[in-house]
Design a protein around this ligand. Sequence first.
Ligand SMILES: [Zn+2]
Length: 89
Amino acid sequence: MKNKKPHLFSPGALICAVFDHRFEVSQNITDHIKEYRCTRCGQEMTDTAQGFMAKLTPKFRETNAFLAKFHQRRCSRKMFQQKVFSEAS
Ligand SMILES: [Zn+2]
């Protein structure tokens, strides 16, 4: 039985290697940090706190999940305060 080597390059990855990736926002983490996924090869990237784009590693994924939870809580609290304020006035 032959050992099949895993494909290092999918057709999408080969196109990306030549023409660069085509990223789309896959998730909004906060107003300034987003996750992106390449529509051709599936590579995932993220914005970093320093304003750069980096490959979405498990560590970044974990950090983003925490940031998203924190951001959602802050947004819902802000919306609650606005609602209370508008009902009070
Ligand atoms: Zn790609």
